[in-house]
Write a protein that binds this ligand. Structure first.
Ligand SMILES: *Cc1c(COP(=O)(O)O)cnc(C)c1O
Length: 388
C-alpha cells in the first residue's frame, strides 16, 4: 500500500479491516460542523425546544431568505417532501404530467409520483449533464402542468429557455436546487428563478441540517399554502381547525439550529468547493479521455460535487477507475442511473441516449469542504497515472 505518500491517514469507517493496513480514506462528501452548530444545538437541549416549535426555525428561514434573496422561505423536513409540498401547492394531481430530466436523483421523480401525476422524462446535455432545453417543448402535452429543472451537481440548468417555454405554454416551474445551493444563474441564486424553488440539507449537501429541506417562492399565497400543507393543514388563525388534508413535513428546532450555523459558513463552504474545482480543473485538464465539468458564462457553479466523465480514450473504464481509486483510499460515486431506467419508471419505447450513455461513464470525485489541495493533488495524480 502507498500509505506513506498519502496526505491523510483517515480510516474508512466502512472497512474496519483497514485498521490493520492503515489505508487512508478520502470520502466523497463529509459534514463540516466546525461553526456554531454545537452551541446552537446545546441551546435547544438546555431550553427544551427540540421539536418544530422554537426560535431557530424562524431564524433559519429568515436568514435563508436573506442568503438566497427570496421573500419567502419555508423549512421542510427534507428535500423530497419539499418537492412534494411544492407540487401540492400548485395543485398538481393525478392525471397531470410534470416534465423532469431523467438524469437526476430519484427524489425528483418520486415526488411527482406521490401526487399521482406522471413524470415525463427529458434527456440531458452532453456538456452540463442538465436537462436539454432543446428537447423540452417536444415533451409538452395538453396534460403538462409543470417543469422541474434540476441544477445537477451545482451547474444551473438553462433557466432563460425554461422560463420562456413555461410562459409560452402556461406552465409552472419548480427548480430542484437541492444540489445547487449557492449557485447563481445570471447573478440570481439558483432556486429563486422559478415559481418555486426547492433545496435539500441532507448530510452530503452543501449546507446540511442532517435531514432537511426548504421551499422558496416570491409568491406570498404559494408560501402560505406551503406552510398550511406542511403543518397538517391547520388554520393559521383558528386552533385545531384543519382547512385541508395536510402533512407533517416540519423541520425540528435542532435541525434548524444546525442549519443556522451552517448558513454562517455557507459562503466559505462554496468558496472552498470552487477552489477545489479550480485545482482539479488545472491538474486534470490535459488527461486524454477525461471530460471535466463546465462553468458556462451564465452560471456561477457552486460545484456541489466535482464530477468527471470517462471516455474510451482514457484507456480504462469508469468502473475500473472507481476500483483503482478505491484501492488508493479515494471514495468516489458513480453518476445516477437515469430515472427512466429504474423499475418504477420503466416504460416501453422511452430511450434517452445521452443520459443513458453518460450515466455509465461519469463519477463524482471527493468534493467535501474539508478536502485539502494536497488531497486533490494526490487524487489527480492517481487519475493521471492510469491514463493510457
Ligand atoms: C438530495 C436531492 C433531493 C432530495 O433531498 P432529500 O433531502 O434527500 O430528500 C432532491 N433532488 C435532488 C436532485 C437531490 O440531489
Amino acid at each position: 500500500m502507498k500509505a506513506r505518500s498519502l496526505p491523510q491517514k483517515k480510516l474508512s469507517p466502512q472497512t474496519p479491516q483497514n485498521k490493520l493496513e492503515l489505508v487512508p480514506f478520502i470520502p466523497v462528501a463529509e459534514t463540516n460542523l466546525s461553526g456554531r452548530e454545537k452551541e446552537y444545538v446545546l441551546d435547544c437541549l438546555e431550553t427544551g425546544w427540540i421539536s418544530s416549535n422554537g426560535t431557530y426555525v424562524t431564524r433559519f428561514e429568515r436568514e435563508f431568505e436573506r442568503f438566497v434573496g427570496s421573500p419567502h422561505a419555508v423549512s421542510i423536513c427534507n428535500g423530497t417532501c419539499a418537492l412534494h409540498v411544492a407540487l401540492l401547492a400548485l395543485d398538481i394531481k393525478a392525471g397531470d404530467e410534470v416534465i423532469i430530466p431523467s438524469f437526476t436523483y430519484i427524489a425528483t421523480a418520486n415526488a411527482v409520483r406521490y401526487t399521482g401525476a406522471i413524470p415525463v422524462f427529458v434527456d440531458c446535455e452532453k456538456e452540463t449533464w442538465n436537462m436539454d432545453v432543446r428537447k423540452l417543448e417536444a415533451a409538452i402535452t395538453s396534460k403538462t402542468k409543470a417543469i422541474i429543472p434540476v441544477h445537477l451537481y451545482g451547474h444551473c440548468c438553462q433557466m432563460t429557455q425554461v422560463m420562456d417555454i413555461a410562459r409560452k405554454h402556461g406552465l409552472f416551474v419548480i427548480e430542484d436546487a437541492a444540489e445547487a445551493f449557492g449557485s447563481k444563474y445570471n447573478g440570481r441564486m439558483a432556486g429563486t428563478i422559478g415559481t418555486l424553488g426547492v433545496y435539500s440539507f441532507f448530510g452530503n449537501k452543501t449546507i446540511t441540517t442532517g435531514e432537511g429541506g426548504m421551499v422558496v417562492t416570491s409568491d406570498e399565497n404559494l408560501a402560505k399554502k406551503v406552510r398550511l400543507l406542511k403543518g397538517q393543514g391547520v388554520s393559521p388563525t383558528r386552533q385545531y381547525y384543519f382547512e385541508t388534508v395536510g402533512y407533517n413535513y416540519r423541520m425540528t428546532n435542532i435541525e434548524a439550529a444546525i442549519g443556522l450555523a451552517q448558513l454562517e459558513n455557507a459562503t466559505k463552504f462554496i468558496e472552498h468547493k470552487r477552489m477545489i474545482a479550480a485545482k482539479y480543473n488545472e491538474l486534470l485538464k490535459n488527461v486524454p479521455g477525461i471530460q471535466l465539468p463546465v462553468e458556462k458564462k451564465d452560471t456561477y457553479n457552486s460545484y456541489w460535487m466535482y464530477s468527471i466523465v470517462v471516455h474510451p480514450e482514457y484507456g480504462i473504464t469508469r468502473d475500473e477507475l472507481i476500483q483503482r481509486l478505491k484501492a488508493s483510499g479515494v471514495e468516489t460515486r458513480r453518476f445516477f442511473y437515469p430515472c427512466h431506467t429504474m423499475p418504477p419508471y420503466q416504460k416501453k419505447g422511452v430511450m434517452l441516449p445521452v443520459c443513458e450513455e453518460i450515466a455509465e461513464m461519469g463519477l463524482n470525485l471527493p468534493s467535501s469542504t474539508k478536502l485539502t489541495l494536497r488531497q486533490v493533488e494526490f487524487i489527480a495524480k492517481q487519475i493521471k497515472s492510469y491514463a493510457k
